[in-house]
Design a protein around this ligand. Structure first.
Ligand code: ADP
Ligand code: ZN
Length: 434
C-alpha cells in the first residue's frame, strides 16, 4: 500500500521539475520575508532570479545549527507570528534550545509525510498504534500522533516513561505497532520478558523506531526479542520532525519524502557535494515549508543516497542507515570511532547484552578508551579466568574493527542505566580538560 502514489511514485524527471519549481518559490519566500536569509544571499551575490532549476541549489549558502541559535527564538521565521500555530524545540545539547514554528499548512505536510511512513509499514485505519516517543516540545510524540490520526488508525498517546503502564497498554489495547527509540524498545522487550506475560497476549507486529542511530544488528535483536518487524523512521526538528524519511516493506534504505525535503550529501569538511553514492553529511532544503523554511541545512548526520527505483514502487531516493552524526565521531589516539561500530561488534558477540557505555578521557597526555558492557546472565560467573577470556575476546574484536584496543569492563546484566528516550552512550571527559 502506498499513501500518495502520485507524489511517491512519480518519475525522476517529473520530480526534479517539481523540486525545481518549489525551490524557486521557497527561495523567494525566505529572501523577501526573512532578513538573515536575504543578507546572507546578498553577501554570497545570489538573488532569487539566479535560482531557476534544482541544479542552481549549489549557489545558495548553507544554514547551520548555530544559525538557529543565533536567531533564537523567532529570527528565522518567514511567516508572521499570526500564522504560526505550533512551536517545537529540540533539546540542543548545549546552550539555547533550537526553536521551530509551524503554520497550519506545515502541520498538514507533516501529517501527510507521517501518513506515508505508516502506510509503508503496512498500517491502516484498523490498527492501534502506541506512541511512546515523548510528547511536548520534542517533535517525536505529537509528530507520529498526527500521522496515526491522518491514516485513521487508533492512537494510544502514551508518551515516554512508566514502563509497567506501557506494557499494560500494549497488551490491553491490542496494540499492533509501537513507536519509540530503538534503545527504549530493547528495554521494553527486556521488561516484558521479565514480567512473564506470554508473547501470545500481545498483538504487536510492527516497530517504528528512530530519533537515534541504530545498526542492522540492533534491528535483528529487537525483532527477535519483541517479535516485531522493525522499521526505521527518520526526522529532525529543524526540518519538521519524524516523517522526513521511512523504510518500506523491503527494508532496503530509508525513503526520503523528497518532494518536500530535498536532500544533498556534502563533504562535512569542505561542504562540496560528494560523488554519487558516497558517504557524507546530509543537507536538507525544505521545499514547501512556510513557517520556518530552511535552505541547505547541515544536519551533521552521515549517510549516502541511492537513486535506484525501489521494489516497492516508490521512486523516492533512499538513504542508508545513519552512521552517526559527525559530532558523535570520537577521535581517540587519532583514530575515528563511531559508537555504532561498537554497537555492531557487541551485538555480534553472543555473550553480551546490547547495553554498553563508552568513556573517553586523557591521562598523561594519552587518550583512554573504556567500554563498560553487560554480560548475559548465563555467561556471568565468578570464575575470573572465564571473565578475563571474555574481556580479551571483545577487546580483540573491537581492535580488529576500529583499530584500537579498548579497556573492557564487564558488568552485571541490567546494571547500566536504561533510557526512556534517546540513549546516551558516550562520555568524553576530554572536552572538559582541554
Ligand atoms: P536533537 O538534536 O536534540 O537530538 P532532534 O529530535 O531533532 O533533536 O533529533 C534529530 C536527530 O536525531 C537527527 O539529526 C539524527 O541525528 C537523529 N535521528 C533521528 N531519526 C533517526 C534515525 N531513524 N536514525 C538515526 N538517527 C536518527
Ligand atoms: Zn521501497
Amino acid at each position: 500500500m502506498i499513501w500518495n502514489e502520485t507524489a511517491e511514485c512519480m518519475s525522476r524527471d517529473e520530480r526534479t521539475a517539481l523540486q525545481g519549481k518549489r525551490l524557486k518559490a521557497v527561495v523567494e519566500r525566505v529572501y523577501f520575508n526573512c532578513e538573515p536569509y536575504r543578507k546572507r544571499m546578498q553577501q554570497a551575490g545570489v538573488t532569487p532570479g539566479d535560482i531557476n532549476s534544482l541544479e542552481d541549489i549549489v549557489k545558495l549558502p548553507f544554514t547551520c545549527k548555530q544559525d538557529l541559535r543565533d536567531y533564537y527564538p523567532f529570527g528565522l521565521l518567514s511567516s508572521p507570528m499570526s500564522e504560526i500555530v505550533r512551536i517545537h524545540a529540540s533539546s540542543g545539547t548545549t546552550g539555547k534550545p533550537i526553536v521551530v514554528g509551524y503554520t497550519r499548512n506545515d502541520l498538514g505536510v507533516w501529517n501527510e509525510v507521517g501518513a506515508r511512513c505508516l502506510t509503508a509499514y503496512g498500517l491502516g485505519k484498523n490498527d492501534v498504534v502506541q506512541v511512546s516517543y515523548g510528547y511536548g516540545l520534542f517533535t517525536g510524540g505529537l509528530g507520529v500522533h498526527g500521522a496515526v490520526e491522518t491514516i485513521g488508525g487508533t492512537v494510544v498517546p502514551m508518551s515516554s516513561g512508566n514502563t509497567d503502564k506501557q506494557i499494560l497498554m500494549l497488551r490491553d489495547m491490542g496494540v499492533k505497532a509501537l513507536c519509540c527509540t530503538p534503545s527504549y524498545a530493547l528495554h521494553l522487550a527486556e521488561c516484558i520478558e521479565r514480567s512473564g506475560i506470554p508473547r501470545s497476549d500481545f498483538q504487536l507486529k510492527v516497530g517504528i523506531f528512530g530519533a537515534e542511530p541504530w545498526t542492522e544488528q540492533m534491528r535483528k535483536e529487537i525483532e527477535r526479542r519483541l517479535g516485531v518487524k522493525a522499521f526505521d523512521i527518520y526526522g529532525l526538528t529543524e526540518i519538521t520532525g519524524p516523517g522526513v524519511g521511512h523504510e518500506c516493506e523491503f527494508q532496503c534504505g530509508t525513503h526520503i519524502n523528497e518532494d518536500h525535503f530535498y536532500p544533498e550529501i556534502v563533504n562535512p569538511e569542505t561542504g562540496e557535494p560528494v560523488a554519487p553514492g558516497e558517504v557524507g553529511e546530509l543537507v536538507f532544503t525544505t521545499l514547501t515549508k512556510e513557517g520556518m523554511p530552511l535552505i541547505r541545512f547541515r544536519t551533521h548526520d552521515l549517510t549516502k543516497l541511492n537513486y535506484d527505483k525501489c521494489e516497492c514502487g516508490r521512486t523516492s531516493v533512499r538513504m542508508s542507515k545513519i552512521m552517526g552524526r559527525c559530532d558523535d565521531m570520537l577521535i581517540i589516539r587519532g583514530v575515528n570511532v563511531f559508537p555504532s561500530q561498537i554497537e555492531s561488534v557487541i551485538l555480534e558477540t553472543e555473550e553480551f547484552e546490547p547495553h554498553f557505555f563508552i568513556t573517553v578521557d586523557r591521562v598523561n597526555n594519552t587518550d583512554t578508551f573504556e567500554i563498560k558492557v553487560e554480560v548475559k546472565e548465563q555467561f556471568y560467573t565468578d570464575d575470573i579466568s572465564g571473565m578475563l577470556k571474555l574481556q580479551k575476546k571483545l577487546a580483540s574484536r573491537i581492535q580488529s574493527v576500529v583499530g584500537l584496543n579498548p579497556t573492557i569492563r564487564l558488568v552485571e546484566p541490567r546494571s547500566l542505566q536504561r533510557s526512556e528516550g534517546k540513549e546516551k552512550r558516550v562520555l568524553d571527559k576530554r572536552v572538559f580538560c582541554n
